[in-house]
Design a binder for this molecule. Structure first.
Ligand SMILES: Cc1cc2nc3c(=O)[nH]c(=O)nc-3n(C[C@H](O)[C@H](O)[C@H](O)COP(=O)(O)OP(=O)(O)OC[C@H]3O[C@@H](n4cnc5c(N)ncnc54)[C@H](O)[C@@H]3O)c2cc1C
Length: 421
């Protein structure tokens, strides 16, 4: 077997949505409006992934992915800044203008409308594969990125001067760099090899996801009903399609998965409002266990973690990839600023700035989502009434509502430059 050797500045393990955005942002310093001086060489990036995203078979591809994400306005801005948004729009994206949240046990309800805060939309539902493909279009066009795929990380050796990685694929590769980033998902091999511990909690919940067709076209509304067994959401897709996410315990999710189509539709139909239209058919179903996890550190010697490698959140408010993309943008900003100041991009002080910036914000998000999950578990009557009153207060008190909306749109907090443009 041939051996190949690569010298780079940054090696990113994992070209999912987060790793791919990071690679693009590092290779496009102008997107961050960081001055490029004549003396500063552009960074050389190596991106490693075990598999390429499945291409779009036709235009439009008749097969809808089961994995979709609700992208925030901040995420759109970041994808736009690295020129990937156009690749999403040219494939498939569904804007949503309204979000309806109600308590399935009591009278509480909140309706969020983009128009209430003078916005055109609250967010976008996009298939994960579409986001990844649009970023990979940019990656193939950028001279500064070497993409090793299919290839899998085997080992990492770090010392104070650099990092050496062994990567296995059709050929064995040795990559030397100044910094390795683990964007390799919740079971991150980079995190494990760096010896970074994780605090993990497995919820007694699984998420069943399915794509459905409806008799009416979607009205740009995301529906979310909370019941004690977990939320039930219907996210709009293009045309008369929607993506169902239904949380329950393992046994019930297996029962729902095994139902024939007609029986499954009957159970779904009872949960959602008539505005959605009748559910006509259900395509493939799949389920995922629900976990919250947080790495104790985001950095180690010449190593940084981003996205699900650093944290996994309860998906009930669709925040996982949105906060992962913010990690990628913040890390790119910290690294590029250090590079243009002539500093060592893998130095502990440089990486510490990234960890301080992102870890606290992400802890707040993880706990807030956990709090929402707990609030809807079976509760005594007085707590249920309080919860319902809370939803109604948010619905009526404009400043509170605006604040919640800005937060959900990713427009609050210490945003990286890429999300501010
Ligand atoms: C049911 C459900 C619904 C969700 N809905 C939303 C939502 O609406 N909005 C939202 O923001 N988030 C949502 N999320 C969360 C979101 O899907 C994740 O946060 C997101 O996919 C994480 O992206 P990532 O790039 O960090 O990791 P991943 O998507 O896991 O990508 C990791 C990449 O690393 C590669 N890789 C892994 N190991 C190696 C290795 N050893 N060598 C080389 N390559 C490797 C993999 O092939 C992959 O491409 C949801 C999650 C679930 C379970």
């Amino acid at each position: 077997m041939d051996n190949q050797e690569f010298d780079a500045d940054v090696v990113v393990i994992g070209g999912g949505m987060v790793g791919a955005l990071l690679a693009c942002a590092l290779a496009k310093p102008k997107a961050l409006k960081i001055g490029v001086s004549v003396q500063t060489k552009p960074l050389k990036i190596v991106l490693v992934d075990t598999e390429r995203p499945q291409p779009f078979a036709a235009d439009p591809d008749p097969v809808y992915d089961l994995r979709v994400s609700a992208l925030s306005i901040a995420s759109r801005r970041m994808l736009e800044a690295v020129d990937a948004w156009q690749g999403i729009e040219s494939r498939r994206v569904c804007r949503y203008r309204d979000l309806s949240v109600w308590d399935g046990e009591a009278q509480g309800r909140t309706d969020f409308h983009a128009a209430d805060i003078g916005a055109a939309e609250l967010g976008y539902i996009v298939e994960n594969r579409v986001i990844q493909l649009a970023l990979w279009d940019q990656i193939s066009a950028l001279a500064g990125i070497e993409c090793l795929c299919p290839a899998t990380l085997e080992s990492i050796n770090t010392d104070s001067s650099g990092v050496t990685l062994s990567v296995a694929g059709a050929t064995q590769r040795i990559v030397r760099a100044r910094l390795v980033v683990g964007a390799d998902g919740s079971r991150s091999a980079v995190r494990e090899q760096a010896g970074i511990a994780v605090n993990r909690h497995r919820y007694d919940q699984h998420a069943l996801v399915a794509n459905v067709t409806t008799t009416l076209p979607q009205q740009h509304i995301t529906w979310q009903r909370f019941v004690p067994t977990g939320p039930q959401a219907m996210l709009p897709l293009c045309g008369a399609r929607a993506s169902l996410v239904w949380y329950h315990n393992d046994g019930e999710i297996n029962r729902l998965k095994a139902l024939d189509e007609a029986a499954f539709i009957t159970e779904l139909s009872a949960a959602f409002p008539t505005e959605l239209g009748d559910i006509e058919s259900v395509q493939a179903r799949a389920s995922f266990p629900i976990t919250k996890a947080h790495a104790e550190h985001y950095t180690a010697q010449r190593t940084a973690l981003a996205g699900d490698a650093a944290h996994t959140v309860h998906p009930l408010a669709g925040q996982g990839v949105n906060i992962g993309l913010l990690d990628a943008a913040a890390l790119a900003e910290v690294v590029l600023k250090a590079h243009h100041a002539g500093r060592d991009i893998g130095a502990t002080q440089v990486l510490a700035r990234y960890e301080r910036w992102r870890r606290f914000d992400n802890s707040v998000m993880i706990e807030a989502l956990d709090g929402i999950h707990r609030a809807f578990l079976p509760q005594p009557m007085w707590l249920r009434q309080l919860r319902s009153a809370g939803l109604n207060v948010v619905n009526r008190v404009s400043p509170v509502k605006r604040r919640v909306m800005h937060h959900a749109m990713g427009l609050s907090g210490d945003l990286p430059q890429l999300a501010r443009l």
